[in-house]
Design a protein around this ligand. Sequence first.
Ligand SMILES: C[S@@+](CC[C@H](N)C(=O)[O-])C[C@H]1O[C@@H](n2cnc3c(N)ncnc32)[C@H](O)[C@@H]1O
Length: 378
Amino acid sequence: MEQNTAENWQECIPGSLKLVEIEGKGRGLVASEPLKGGQVVLQESPILTFSAFPLKHGRNDEEKAANASSTYYCSHCYRQCMVSEGFSCPSCSHPSHTVFCSYKCLSSGLSKIHTPWVCDALRQFRHCSLLLDHQPEERQVQARYLVAAYNLAITSPSTFKTLLSLHGEGRQKDVDSAMFLHSIISSLSFPDGFSAPSVETIAALLDKESCNSFSLMEPYSVNGGRSARAYGLYKNASSFNHDCLPNACRFDYLDSIKDDKNSTDLVIRMIQDVPPGKEICISYFRVGLSYCERKQRLLDYFGFACFCDRCKVDESNDKDGSGGADDDDDDDSTFIAKYMCERENCGGTLAPLPPSNGNPFNIMECNFCGMLSKQKQE
Ligand SMILES: C[S@@+](CC[C@H](N)C(=O)[O-])C[C@H]1O[C@@H](n2cnc3c(N)ncnc32)[C@H](O)[C@@H]1O
């Protein structure tokens, strides 16, 4: 599988960032100039998006369609819309399976992401009881992802090549799912010149998804779960490494942005000032997770053990028998107090609003619930 090195990827990275090889981490991004808290260092559209809902019990399911006042997520821009105002795919077996919020999304969606091949593939999977009834729901979402990924191979080979060049080679943990998914994908019919991807390619694609995808979350609610509505893969944003005390964080503006074309754009904004040469890291999950939860997630989803300053302290506390207690560590508690959203059931990360005319703002924005608050003093 092709893996681009830092040198031949740099051309696509914004000038304030430099892509370098970082010992023990692969590629990573460092500041090429002084960066200010709140500064936007990357804004990028996805290579690929796919729904986070299983095929069988999706949000755009029959029972939802029966209730015209229900909300759903547009299959193109993933913004929240009313079922009664939507445009359905004319070829889907049920009008609620693929719904678009506007004629513009319908037209763009049918030509790019919900092509006749995708429509046929998803219809076939919706009749596959081996997939729907005998596998975990997660497998249905993986099937959606593979159909979206292979649709790229058919419609935009250069973008598919970019996807293949992201980090992730295929891990042992993916072999069983890759074999199963290969068996059902092989039963699809492919356009002339294309054939089913091999088990190895499927395993690599699954690994790339696990290591690089960003969750586009459902709107914040005090009582609801923190779950994804869709996932997106982004070429440059996937070069940010992880740190449990990050100096940058990601934002998206799915429901607030007016232009549906850019609704799935990802924005990476600095949390703090950073000098040139320092690595820019994001946290791959909520910063408030405990040491054990972080360690487990990093290993399961991303395949690495973290040796950031926070983990080193937590690990030594763990060995001392103090249980890796996050709150005992000064850096941790200062960071959490200053940069973690306190709103109930949120736990998002706070970053200052972008500086205006070079002047920093002391207003913080939460990257999950969107709440604005005054920056806390040291
Ligand atoms: C989204 S990619 C980040 C870019 C990646 N380093 C590359 O070379 O393309 C995620 C992968 O980077 C590596 N990585 C990220 N953060 C790391 C860290 N703190 N320590 C070690 N490896 C890390 C892991 O292999 C992880 O699966």
